[in-house]
Design a protein around this ligand. Structure first.
Ligand code: FAD
Length: 405
């Protein structure tokens, strides 16, 4: 698909000067310390998918054989993480899979800095702080977190167990499944210009699979958040040229990153435009660049070998809708005793489920996880007598929590 030919006029160059790439310090900081990664690489970057092993035992990632699991939890949002805790108290282990590269779901992805005021006994708690606290709380249960992996396959096996597989080829043989997938799997927002699709994944990238292959390339980076700024600063020393394009003058990224980017602009090491992507420039079957459109409607042609697009992520229910489980308004129908879906052995907690009176609150998801854990236990070990024990007084719970009696 050929893009519109470059025309006269110029998109508004915010702080441009001819570029002279040179070695620059690599940005390594993040707004949010702790559990989050340093350079954000959104979505299921399968080659580089990260496994956070909170367990001492080795993970079988990459092995062809399915991972045998007592329970697989789909989604590492607050409810998926708390599900680990509630299962752990009952002596049940869990593998947790999330398509994001970091745990925390919406809290970490959509509003990490915002305060939450309705978590019981915490009058105020930052959203990322809540995730960090949950990770701390589940540590005794040594869950294995498979991050950067979207679960795309699900099937009930003839023996009553469940087959699950990720797009990256990890498979599980699970006794029970808890779907804590929230609003769905976070997917990158796409560039949104005609003819982009054939180039996506190669000349147009939404996640950096291999930064080394961008060396010596002319890069146009779209976006104004942390990912766009982090990668701009990271790649400046490696690329032939870097041009940053953002739809507004103001950037959402960490102020320190914005300040460092402005220094590079002032030194003429990169260019920056206030504009939107308009059309692709394709010649002889190769992507040669992109036309951008400034707020006054002017079109500017930017030569480029690669377009790196960081417009953020949005959740999509995705494959879960195809698994044959009963849905109501794109949520999984569950009962309110077990939080079981229409398929015995498959449970759903948090924002992904629906039942009369459902409220999409973290608090509700925590309650659901507590009851679902007992139901999972009964599904896995129907002969086992169930009784409620208090974490305050139960020696068994203390042992599981690693608390000395
Ligand atoms: P999520 O947090 O959505 O996590 C689901 C996870 O599942 C995601 O990480 C996703 O990547 C993963 N996933 C989905 N599908 C797949 C798949 N196929 N394979 C692998 N992984 C998958 N709630 C409150 O109680 N109090 C508040 O003050 C509050 N404030 C909010 C403010 C904002 C701005 C927003 C957006 C929400 C707020 N909420 C609040 C709602 C709260 O964040 C959600 O109720 C909560 O995050 C739901 O948790 P969850 O674990 O069910 O799902």
């Amino acid at each position: 698909m050929h893009g519109a030919p470059p025309r006269g006029g110029g998109a508004s160059l915010l702080y441009g000067r001819p570029q002279a790439p040179r070695t620059l310090p690599i940005f390594r900081g993040r707004r949010h310390a702790g559990a989050r990664r340093t350079l954000y690489n959104p979505g299921g970057n399968l080659q580089h998918a990260k496994v956070t092993v909170l367990s001492e035992s080795p993970t079988s990632i990459g092995a062809a054989a399915p991972i045998a699991a007592e329970t697989v939890i789909i989604g590492a949002g607050p409810c998926g993480l708390f599900q680990v805790f509630e299962l752990g108290l009952l002596g049940i282990s869990a593998h947790v899979v999330d398509s994001l590269q970091h745990p925390g779901g919406q809290c970490a992805e959509l509003y990490p800095d915002k305060p939450i005021y309705d978590i019981p006994a915490l009058p105020v708690c930052g959203a990322q702080e809540l995730v960090d606290r949950l990770l701390q709380q589940i540590k005794p249960f040594k869950p294995q977190l498979h991050l950067g992996h979207e679960v795309v396959e699900f099937a009930r096996r003839a023996d009553g167990r469940f087959h699950l597989a990720t797009a990256g080829g990890i498979s599980f043989d699970a006794g029970a499944v808890v779907i804590a997938a929230g609003l769905g799997s976070f997917q990158p927002r796409r560039i949104g210009i005609a003819g982009a699709e054939p180039w996506e994944g190669n000349a147009i990238q939404y996640r950096i699979k291999n930064a080394a292959e961008l060396a010596g390339q002319r890069l146009v980076i779209f976006g104004g958040g942390d990912s766009a700024l982090d990668w701009t600063l990271e790649l400046l020393s490696k690329a032939a040229s870097v041009t940053l394009v953002h739809r507004r003058r103001e950037f959402r990224a960490a102020p320190a990153s914005v300040a460092r980017m402005r220094e590079q602009l002032a030194a003429g090491r990169m260019r920056c435009f206030e504009a939107l992507p308009h059309s692709l420039i394709v010649e002889d079957g190769a992507l040669r660049g992109v036309n951008i459109k400034s707020p006054d409607g002017a079109i500017e042609a930017l030569p480029a070998d690669r377009l790196l697009v960081f417009f953020g992520l949005h959740p999509k229910l995705g494959p879960i809708a195809e698994w044959g489980l009963t849905l109501e308004k794109r949520a999984l129908q569950v009962d309110t005793e077990k939080f079981q879906t229409s398929l015995p052995g498959v449970f759903a907690v948090g924002d992904i489920n629906t039942y009369p009176g459902k409220k999409k609150l973290i608090l509700s998801g925590f309650h659901e996880a507590a009851l679902a854990a007992f139901a999972v236990q009964h599904h896995l070990y129907p002969q086992k007598k169930q009784f409620l024990q208090y974490t305050t007084t139960s020696p068994v719970m203390h042992q599981r929590l690693g608390v000395p009696d």
